[in-house]
Design a protein. Sequence first.
Length: 301
Amino acid sequence: MSNGQWYPPEWPDRIRALAAGELAVAEPRRAATVLLLRDAGRGRPEVHMLRRRTSMAFAGGAYAYPGGGVDPRDEQPVRWAGPAPAEWAGRLGVPGAAEAQAIVCAAVRETFEEAGVLLAGPTAASVVEDTTGDDWEADRAALIARELGFADFLDRRGLVLRSDLLGAWARWITPEFEPRRYDTWFFVAALPSGQRTRDADAADSSTEADRTVWIGPDQAAAGYDRGELLMMPPTIATLRSLLPYGSPAEALAAAGGRDLAPVLARARLEGDQVVLSWPGHEEFTKLVAAEGAPANGGKNG
């Protein structure tokens, strides 16, 4: 039975066009996404996932985590707690503190925009406990519409961004043959006490998701393996990487030792057949025949 790997039917033709020099490679846009975890009390954390609306141009219908592209205003100065941006630059592998701050800010901002969870507090040692009021919703909507910058939002509320609540987990870059490319840093974070995630079914919820779930990584991976949950390779790979950890705290403690070398898909032609692979992740290998149908699906059907 086929699994739930997201695989656009146009990829083989785009790969052949790239190999023939007929396709311009887009520059990847910096992005951040957060694996938001909570203690499920069963010896394994649960992770918050969203199902992208099928109408979306990229990965419609696939399950993912809260996240999105860096806003240029994410580089604006903010009140900051935790490792300094310069330290984050070394961890994330970017040239300077401004780039690192923007990536971390994007992770915190997108988590608030898409999940209603805010990793910030009145002091460097606290976190806001409730973000469900109408005033919070108004700010969230303004952030989504880009009518309000994240730095201005934090400053107006007198909040400190808690970068110490994030752990850098992985980095994946969209393949060169995709027209919409992202250089995405994945973070882990624990759901703050007193806060709760938004319901995507709410009428005023984010337009990017039509369903949200709290689910164990083992349950989500099993759903993917059965072909019931559609996911992109970075999503299922990061889910599987959570399996050894019994709590959000364990995952956060392990984040500092995670390898952040970027994962970039490779594609090559062997005769008329396309071979698509992600280094270090053999389960995603695809073999595609000349007509564009998978020849044997590689290791993942």
